[in-house]
Design a protein around this ligand. Structure first.
Ligand SMILES: *[C@@H]1O[C@H](CO)[C@@H](O)[C@H](O)[C@H]1NC(C)=O
Ligand SMILES: *[C@@H]1O[C@H](CO)[C@@H](O)[C@H](O)[C@H]1NC(C)=O
Length: 152
């Protein structure tokens, strides 16, 4: 017990002794998925969820989207039915089914215009199909961004 405590104390000491200017990676921009369900019949799955994002670390506007629903065979992104964002923008979703017993990748794409630039952020996460079980919550971290001049 004693040795465990001193090991922890040493660890704490070495962490606080990190050189000044050592920079911790900032927390990533994280979007929250609420009320997710994915129900499959044969080879087609039907997804449904809400998704929201806080303001991003580089001043990206927050968003709130509900009624993100579609199927794993819709091919391409589909807009959520209600999207609240303070600038011109859209939130779209897509489900890639990997098998009824395996799960799916859920992809969310957030597009908005800010200062004459149109940004497209996309992130994925893997999740099990819920079937008729309870809805689940998870997060998506955008990993891809494109920026192009927005058309006037
Ligand atoms: C999803 O959003 C709709 C519309 O805002 C709301 O009525 C519903 O309760 C939300 N569901 C979850 C699980 O947050
Ligand atoms: C999301 O997953 C799909 C299917 O696996 C893949 O084609 C796409 O590139 C992924 N997007 C990102 C941003 O990881």
């Amino acid at each position: 017990m004693l040795s465990k405590i001193s090991a922890l104390a040493l660890l704490a000491a070495s962490v606080s002794a990190a050189p000044a200017g050592f920079c911790q990676a900032p927390a990533p921009w994280t979007w929250e998925i609420h009320g997710f369900s994915s129900v499959c019949t044969a080879a087609t799955c039907r997804y449904s969820f809400n998704v929201s994002g806080p303001p991003g670390p580089s001043g990206q506007p927050s968003f709130d989207a509900s009624g993100c629903a579609g199927t794993s065979v819709q091919s391409g992104f589909k807009s959520c039915s209600q999207v609240r964002v303070d600038v011109p923008g859209d939130v779209q979703a897509q489900e890639f089914n990997h098998g009824i017993d395996i799960g799916a990748s859920i992809s969310v794409q957030y597009t908005f215009e800010q200062n004459g630039v149109k940004y497209t952020y996309t992130g994925n996460n893997s999740v099990a199909h819920t079937g008729n079980g309870p809805a689940v919550e998870f997060t998506i971290i955008p990993t891809e961004v494109f920026a192009v001049p927005s058309e006037a």
